[in-house]
Ligand binder design. Structure first.
Ligand code: SER
Length: 318
């Protein structure tokens, strides 16, 4: 019997992950944890329990863990890369002090914990093509610093206290439900909204800037399958490289233009986003995830593009 707390349930990943977890484990067994400035609404609110769970306030997490007999926590509270550069202290407070709070509650109440890492945990000195699972991680962004620390602290709690921590390095995630906010990979979501609205897209990254990406259904499937994986098979824990596709702006533009021939994209480079993107891998090697817990994405660029365009047209009444 699982009792799951999703911290950050109203965010980009949390809003879809919570609903999928409710489908699998029962509506009443998945608690949507939120902060008062981001209350659950609509289906998220109606379909199951919700509670305040603020990572910066350990007691709020402890209260929920005790009340609902939580045994698994998906800790999705974080600031994305571009915002974290403008608010480094806040990024640390949420990402690391917050994680510490979550791990302490997990230690006391015997919870398993999933806290995502990211392609942002790599840096300029990491091999950029087919980036190995175990390699140099010396990021220069605050986002990256918090993600590497997340991996280390999560491993520490596993080896020292036996807390069942597991994680993936998410690539850019593309979805048609809750938009991301302040990430370097956000352009790959924004481009779809511009295309469907019939607007010109202004791309903040240069032609030839490759990054790994993934469609949201695969990201959710990855998080849940890793948490369900047989621990005996896990050689790694925090965190697994995973990817579905790697593309650059001109490649996703062409994929959309194939279905919307009038769509126009122009470039206006954002130097901060470009510098961050240049420091991240072009393509990840995710063979460890495939070997240790049978990771396999369902979507590629073409199937994702078709689905995104169809869903967004319906959502935006186009
Ligand atoms: N999507 C994140 C960002 O761009 C990377 O994990 O910040």
């Amino acid at each position: 019997m699982k009792n799951i707390l999703v911290i950050g349930a109203t965010g980009q990943i949390g809003s879809e992950l919570t609903l999928e977890l409710r489908k699998r484990y029962g509506d009443d067994n998945v608690i949507a944890g939120y902060i008062p400035s981001a209350m659950p609404k609509g289906e998220l609110k109606a379909s199951g329990p919700s509670a305040i769970a603020d990572v910066t306030d350990r007691q709020s997490i402890e209260v929920v863990a005790r009340q609902f007999k939580v045994d698994t926590i998906y800790n999705l509270a974080a600031l994305l890369s571009v915002v974290a550069e403008s608010r480094p202290a806040m990024a640390w407070k949420i990402g690391i002090d917050g994680l510490w709070n979550v791990l302490e509650v997990a230690r006391e109440y015997g919870c398993a914990v999933f806290t995502p890492s990211s392609i942002g945990s790599f840096g300029d000195t990491t091999p950029h093509v087919n980036t190995p699972q175990d390699t140099t991680q010396r990021p220069r962004t605050m986002y990256g610093v918090t993600k590497v620390t997340t991996e280390l602290l999560s491993d520490y709690y596993f080896t020292k206290y036996g807390v069942d921590t597991r994680s993936v390095r998410f690539p850019g995630i593309i979805s048609n439900v809750t938009p991301p906010g302040g990430g370097t990979t956000d352009y790959a979501v924004d481009i779809f909204y511009s295309a469907v609205r019939g607007e010109k897209f202004i791309c903040p990254l240069k032609e030839g800037t490759y990054m790994d990406m993934m469609y949201m259904p695969d990201a959710i499937h990855a998080a849940i399958s890793l948490m369900e994986a047989d621990p005996e098979r896990l050689v790694h824990r925090n965190a697994f490289n995973i990817t579905s596709m790697s593309f650059s702006p001109e490649i996703i533009y062409a994929a959309i233009k194939k279905h919307m021939p009038d769509f126009v994209m122009e470039y206006k480079i954002d130097p901060l986003k470009q510098a961050i993107a240049d420091s991240w891998p072009d393509s990840l090697d995710d063979s460890c995830a495939r070997r240790e817990w049978d990771w396999k994405p369902l979507y590629n660029l073409e199937t994702m593009t078709v689905d995104m365009l169809e869903k967004l047209k319906a959502k935006l009444n186009k």
